[in-house]
Design a protein around this ligand. Structure first.
Ligand code: SAM
Length: 267
């Protein structure tokens, strides 16, 4: 009986956390995508999200890592670099720094970037003055080209209105490898912009058409080498099943015609 309860608990931990803290999808128009783009800067979010991920970190330390942590580590290890320098874009309060040092290598050189001052402040509070976290935007990364072995876009691309620019920027700062983690994807429907409630705050979310997303990677000089399915992601509005995916991409030379980034006209 106890072992059955433990197994049920494991399944709930694996798939349930995201659903309990993320719900209420609704389509939005362009004006609303603009209005909600700064949603994650809300100062109430860092502690609310951190409480959830502190439990996930405890599980990791006791040998029961959530699938999202396992996939983050596997997709990074696939680069073949044993002690990579990693930039996490959308690093929140920095818990993936622990995931990488626990599951990839203690020698990983990690930098976290987030557009929310409140997230970065909490990360610095948690990991101390020598930790490397900075405030910055995924669409204008404050680093030279090729600064990091691995650019790890950590559950952020789905919250960026100009996601094509964010992909181009991720590719620009990556020397060898880029990972796009936790991306909601569908196969038949078009890419759509929706809003949802995350930890009690309204934020923008992009549900990607997988083919369009992979073309955007390719146009930016990124070749998808592995695709991981994290979990089913029910979005009531869309007539097909969505899944959360992670894409591990190799940095490849850009075609000369693709070097100039042209911003999308809107959703
Ligand atoms: C869903 S959380 C992901 C946190 C963590 N990386 C993970 O995978 O669990 C998204 C994070 O991206 C940040 N974010 C949203 N839009 C951003 C942008 N344009 N530039 C940088 N960070 C952004 C938010 O502040 C938030 O910390």
């Amino acid at each position: 009986m106890n072992s059955m309860r433990r197994s049920i608990g494991r399944v709930i931990r694996a798939v349930g956390i995201r659903r309990r803290h993320s719900h209420g999808h609704a389509f939005i128009d362009e004006a609303e995508t603009l209005a909600l783009s700064d949603g994650w800067k809300d100062p109430r979010l860092p502690n609310r999200q951190r409480r959830v991920y502190d439990r996930a970190l405890d599980n990791m330390r006791s040998g029961n890592s959530p699938r999202s942590f396992q996939v983050a580590a596997a997709s990074t290890r696939l680069s073949g670099i044993s002690e990579p320098s990693i930039l996490e874009i959308g690093s929140g309060s920095g818990y993936y720094s622990e995931v990488f040092s626990h599951m990839v290598s203690a020698q990983v050189s990690y930098v976290g970037l987030d557009y929310s001052l409140a997230m970065v402040s909490l990360a610095k509070e948690k990991y101390g003055p020598s930790s490397r976290f900075c405030v910055g935007d995924a669409t204008r990364l404050p680093f030279r080209s090729g600064s990091f072995d691995v650019a790890f876009s950590g559950g952020v691309l789905l919250h960026v209105r100009d996601f094509r620019r964010a992909i181009a920027e991720t590719r620009r700062v990556a020397r060898y490898w880029a990972v796009f983690h936790v991306i909601p994807c569908v196969v038949s429907s078009n890419t759509s912009f929706v809003k949802k409630t995350a930890y009690g705050v309204e934020v923008i979310e992009v549900i990607f058409n997988q083919g369009e997303l992979c073309s955007a990677f390719e146009e930016c000089g990124l070749r998808v080498r592995e695709r991981y399915v994290l979990e089913a992601y029910p979005v009531g509005l869309i007539q097909e099943n969505a899944y959360l995916l992670t894409f591990a991409c190799e940095v490849v030379p850009l075609a000369p015609s693709a070097t100039v980034y042209r911003p999308a006209k809107g959703p």
